[in-house]
Write a protein that binds this ligand. Sequence first.
Ligand code: GLU
Length: 488
Amino acid sequence: MHNDNTNLKGVRVRFAPSPTGSLHLGNVRTAIFNWFFARHTGGKFILRIEDTDRERSTPESVSLIMESLKWFGLDWDEGPDVGGNFGPYYQMQRLDKYKKYIDVLIKKNMVYPCFCTTERLAEMRHQMQKQKLPPRYDGKCKNLNKEEIERLTSQGIKHVLRFRVPTTDTTEFKDLVHGKISIENSIMDDFVIVKSNAGPTYNFACVVDDIEMKITHVIRGDDHISNTPKQIAIYKALGINFPEFAHIPLILGPDKAKLSKRHGAASPLEYRDMGYLPHALLNFLTLLGWAPEDNRELMSRDEIVESFSIEKINDRNAVFDSQKLDWMNGVYIRKMPLEELVNIALVELKKAELIKDTKEVDIDKISKIVALIKERLRKFSEIPQLVNYFFDKPVYEEKPVRKFLKKDGVSQMLQELCKVIEEVEPFDIETLEDAVREFIEKKGLKAGQVIHPVRVALTGRAASPPIFDVMQVLGKQTCLKRIADALA
Ligand code: GLU
C-alpha cells in the first residue's frame, strides 16, 4: 500500500554484505528480498562488498558469501567477479570516489575535523549516560578556527571528519515497509564519516556507492533504520535525491530475541551440510516476513518472482520456526526423483560408515530402503539414523522392548512365527503378508500383538516403515536370525 506510485522501471538494488564472516539467515533473507524484487521488476541485482572494516574483512568471507548466494541460485548482474559499469564492487577499491565526495562536503562546510581522543570521547559518553542522556558528540571541535586546526594538525594529532548535522528541522522519509519515519535533526549526532586512518565509515561509503551505482531502492534490515536519517542528511548536503528505502523486520528466535548463533541458526552453508535443500530454505526464508496475496506457502522460484512485492512485506518481526522449515524441506524432498535421493543417501550412508564403498553397494536394495523412508524424511542428515538397522544389527530401544517383547507368550509366539516365515516362498511382500495374516488369524490374535513384537525384534524400535516391506528388504535369513537373537 505504500509504494503504489513507485516507479518500477529501471530498478537497481544491491546486497551489500560486510565480509567479516559467513552470512547468517538474517542477511541472506535481505539478499533474497532484493533478488526477488529485482527479478520481479526486471531490474538489476548488484553485489557490493563493504570491506571498509580492514581488520575484520577477509577474502575467505567473500568466498563464503558468494558460495551461499550461489547455492540458493541468487545470481548477481553486477559484482566483484562479474564486473559491471559501476565498479569496482569492493569498497576498498573505491577510495578515490569517496575522496571526491569528501571534497564536495568540505567545500560546503558540511564536515569538520575532530581531534578528540578516544579517551575523551569515552569519558564524554560515560558522563552522558550517567545523566541518562543519549550519548552523542558534544561539539568540542565543531567550531575550531583555521589556525587551531593547523596547529593541531602540525602537532601530528590524528583526526576524524565529522558530518555537521543540521540542528533545526526534521529528517523524514517514507519507508516502503513502515510508512513515514521522521526524526528531529537536533537529536542526531555529528557522526564520523572519515576515520582517523582516512578510511570512510559505513554510513558515508554506503551513500556514495548508492549514488554512484544508481541504486533506486535500498532494501535492508530494520537494524539499519537508525542509519537512514544520517544517510539522508548526507544526500541532502550533497543536493542529491535519495533512493526509496524499505527496512525489513528482523527474524527472531522462538524466545523472541533477535535470531543468532545461540538459536542454532547458522549460515546457509551449514544448513546445506545438515541436509536442507536450497529451494526449501529459500521458500521458507521468503515467507519470513512476506506472503503472497493468496497466502500460498509452497512456491516455486518462478512463482515467487511473479508475485513478489514490497507492499506485502510485513512490518512486524518474524519468528523463526525450525519445525516449519523441516516440514517444508520434507515436502520438497518428497518431490525429488528417487534416483537423486538415492545418490544423496549413498553419500550420507558412507559418511555414517554404514556402507564402505558407494560403488560396491546393492543399489536396488538402497533404492527400496530410500523409498521406504522417504515419507518421514525431513533432512538428509537424518537418513543414517532412519535406516541403520538395514545395515547393522538393530540397537534395541528399552521402552518398546519392555512393552512388546518382554511380555508373556511373546517369545512362544515368535518362535512359532519363525516356522511360518521359513516356509514363505517367494519371499515377497504379498506372500509374506498373506502368510503372517493367516498365522494371526489362526492364533486368534490381534494384528498388533504380532506386528509390534516383530517390528521391535527386527528394527529395535517402536516405529518403522510398513513391516512387511522392511522384512522383504532385510531378507528371510536376516529376519529369522534377528528374531532368534532378540529372543535370546
Ligand atoms: N554492510 C552493511 C551490512 O552488512 C550493509 C547495510 C546496507 O545494506 O546498507 O549490514
